[in-house]
Design a protein around this ligand. Structure first.
Ligand code: FAD
Length: 416
């Protein structure tokens, strides 16, 4: 049985950033990351829009607002240090009709409060930035960037290994039980013992817990985000990133256009309830996941609240013309012939039993465990800052147990 101070479950960007931060802070820590797939970043981290968000959308003072700003700065430093390519393309958030103008101005004020570099522009200036957009007013956010988070994750794996950490793949965690003052983790790669377990399992983060311990206070509902991309000859329709004004109640909705680091222009994502937590295709169904959703009261309360929006998203998923019409609000020259399907992603969204979506990042603690229960967008941008928060909590817990049992601290170091 392998012994560690800390076991992290999940080699998505949040687990990797947490491991990276912990080992930078405490190089002597014995740390091991367990990932069920063959490699890192196979789920949300490897299936996202690749946007380095500025932090304009989030409620001032929230984890999202604070950690997005801190995380963006930390991520850009990491990318510079590691020589990873990224681009600050900038983004326009576009108000098409007068009814959106007040919301646009409120969003601009929020951006200023959050310390984002942004300006309000009129139609003429907007057309200089994005000649094909339809908007009358816009917020221009020059600091928004793009990167390939899969590349970032791969480099984090290298850094972790260089610092003495272990990343064990094909290691699906099946059970976590208490054994006196340690947790014993049973996985498909054998058993591990640790003083602390950090759950960064993304789409499965609500399922992991200490056997006999508290259930998660939230349930993960998977929302597939489907994309099209512009055919190469029509990429000139979008130079940077073109977003609609978000609905404050559901800010992650609203398909947009974004020119990625590979110069491809991605259109989407929508947000459709998935019946398989890792279901990247519309027809995917996993009975256990579907049943888990259907027997959760919070799902029915959420469905009642957002029935209209949910139906629209579902319709737009099956009807390409509806998707095209959403894009045409932003860029009228886009047509169905300009779009080809591209791979989807699945978002892990935590929902409370009362049917409310958890808006902010959510971290919960129980004996032997720190759980990252909700880390949706902009968690890839914010990953290094989330990792720092989780890492500080982890070190405080480890130090507290070492102070009570100094011999144990010595023992774990001796076993390295
Ligand atoms: C469509 C889409 C677009 C997005 N766009 C952006 C964007 O532009 N910018 C941005 O900042 N954010 C974006 N996000 C959000 C961002 O991708 C996620 O917030 C982030 O990747 C979450 O990382 P994670 O490590 O928590 O989860 P994941 O990347 O999903 O990693 C979790 C890992 O845990 C592993 N795991 C699960 N269960 C177990 C188990 N039992 N044992 C072992 N391993 C296990 C999984 O295999 C997986 O590798 C987007 C997300 C989606 C889906």
């Amino acid at each position: 049985m392998e012994q560690a101070d800390v076991i992290i479950i999940g080699a998505g960007i949040v687990g990797l950033a947490t491991a990276h931060g912990l080992l930078r802070e405490r190089p002597d820590l014995k740390l091991c990351l367990l990932e069920k797939e063959e490699g890192a970043a196979q789920h949300q981290t490897g299936h996202n829009s690749g946007v380095i968000h500025s932090g304009i959308y989030y409620r001032p003072g929230s984890y999202k607002a604070r950690l997005c700003r801190q995380g963006k700065a930390a991520l850009e430093r990491f990318l510079d240090e590691q020589g990873i390519q990224y681009k600050r393309r900038g983004k326009v958030i576009v108000a098409v009709d007068p009814s959106e103008r007040l919301r646009l101005e409120a969003l601009y004020q929020r951006g200023i409060e959050n310390g984002v570099d942004c300006t309000l522009v009129g139609a003429e200036q907007l057309r200089e930035i994005e000649p094909h957009t339809a908007g009358q007013w816009a917020i221009w956010v020059p600091e928004t960037g793009v990167v390939d988070f899969g590349v970032v994750a791969a480099r984090m794996v290298d850094c972790i290994v260089e610092r003495g950490g272990r990343v064990v793949t094909n290691a699906r965690v099946q059970r976590v039980v208490e054994d006196r003052d340690h947790a014993v983790i049973a996985s498909t790669q054998g058993e591990f013992r640790a003083r602390l377990v950090i759950n960064c399992a993304g789409l499965y983060s609500d399922r992991l817990r200490l056997e006999g311990g508290r259930r998660s206070s939230v349930r993960i509902l998977p929302f597939r985000g489907e994309y099209y991309s512009l055919v190469e000859s029509r990429r000139d329709l979008c130079r940077s990133l073109i977003y609609p004004v978000p609905d404050p109640a559901l800010p992650f909705l609203g398909v947009h256009l974004s020119r990625g680091i590979d110069e491809a222009v991605h259109c989407g994502p929508n947000a459709v309830l998935a019946w398989d937590r890792e279901g990247y295709r519309r027809r995917n169904l996993r009975l256990a996941d579907a049943w888990d959703t259907l027997r959760f009261g919070g799902f029915w309360r959420m469905a009642g609240r957002y029935m209209r929006v949910g139906t629209q998203e579902w319709w737009r998923s099956w009807n390409k013309n509806a998707f095209v019409r959403s894009l045409q609000r932003l860029v009228p020259d886009v047509s169905g012939a300009d779009l080809e399907r591209s791979p989807a992603g699945v978002r892990a969204q935590a929902v409370r039993p009362d049917g409310h979506l958890v808006d902010d990042f959510l971290i919960e603690e129980e004996p032997f465990f720190i759980h990252v229960r909700n880390a949706p967008s902009p968690a890839a941008t914010a990953s290094l800052a989330i990792g720092q928060v989780v890492g500080e909590q982890a070190l405080a817990r480890l130090d507290a147990t070492s102070a009570l049992h100094p011999s144990r601290a010595a023992a774990t170091i001796l076993q390295r």
